[in-house]
Design a binder for this molecule. Structure first.
Ligand code: ATP
Length: 243
């Protein structure tokens, strides 16, 4: 579904992303982890054509994302609150996204009804603008908005951050269901190794812009990731001592 080839991104002389090749098949729940600055958001921003690659390209369902707008009909995303429109209520925003994706109010209402538990009574009917919702509730609205229009690819940047534990648990179920039962390709970045190993069938670790691990999730994965990140701390501490 998603094909990445010879992809690099430089800011000035600093190389922040360097991926030779990466393929994400249709219906895969794909987790991206890495420390701060590893390049996760950069990769998602390139996937969404929000920034231009320095070299290489990304194809989404055979469509070069930097050459055509076609991928936008089957791809959606929530990266951060800049995706929201602060002066709209959640309902107004959902219907607006529905119009963009050729879904009428009834279609949108039917979808929203499926997320009643996830909203936990804090999103719909509140007569509040999106800008006045808490960070977590803004995130809930943005995530559900990304499901409008039956997208084939959903990209979520740190979806678990700022959510309360009950909502995190609900979200894990939602993401698993999207990939396993509905065949949606779901790309998720997270700093939470437990959530990402529970939800994703494949996990890629980025370090300084490079893929350093590409793991099919198993019962050993959480331990493997924890060992990797602990080792990273030891290496960083040793290099500080040597200065
Ligand atoms: N507009 C920019 N100009 C210069 N450098 C940038 C710019 N955007 C990102 N970077 C750099 O690119 C690198 C990768 O950043 P990115 O935001 O992709 O990391 P990340 O893995 O998402 O980090 P985090 O976990 O902190 O969100 C960082 O070193 C960051 O400082």
């Amino acid at each position: 579904m998603v094909h990445i080839e010879n992809l690099t991104k430089k800011y000035g002389s600093k190389l922040v992303l360097n991926i030779q090749e990466l393929n994400i098949p249709k219906g895969q729940s794909f987790g991206l982890v890495g420390n701060n600055g590893a390049g996760k958001t950069t990769l998602f921003s390139l996937l969404l054509d929000l920034i231009q690659p320095s070299t290489g390209h990304i194809s989404n369902n055979e469509v070069r994302v930097d050459q055509s707008e076609e991928w936008k009909t089957f791809t959606s995303s929530f990266i951060d609150e800049s995706f929201l429109i602060g002066y709209l209520t959640p309902e107004e925003y959902f219907y607006f996204i529905g119009e963009l994706r050729n879904r009428n109010k009834a279609d949108v209402n039917a979808l929203l009804a499926q997320y009643k538990d996830f909203f936990h009574g804090e999103i719909l009917g509140q007569k509040k603008y999106l800008r006045d919702l808490s960070k977590g509730n803004q995130k809930k609205a943005g995530i559900v908005a990304s499901f409008i229009g039956d997208p084939e690819v959903v990209i979520l940047d740190e979806p678990f951050a700022n959510l309360d534990p009950s909502t995190q648990i609900r979200l894990k179920g939602i993401i698993k269901d999207l990939a396993a039962r509905q065949g949606v390709t779901v790309l998720v970045s997270s700093h939470d190794l437990i959530h990402v190993t529970e939800v994703c069938e494949r996990i890629v670790v980025l370090n300084k812009g490079e893929v350093v691990k590409d793991i099919e999730t198993s019962t050993e994965t959480l331990r493997e990731l924890e060992a990797y990140f602990s080792e990273n701390i030891a290496v960083a501490a040793a290099s500080v001592e040597n200065i």
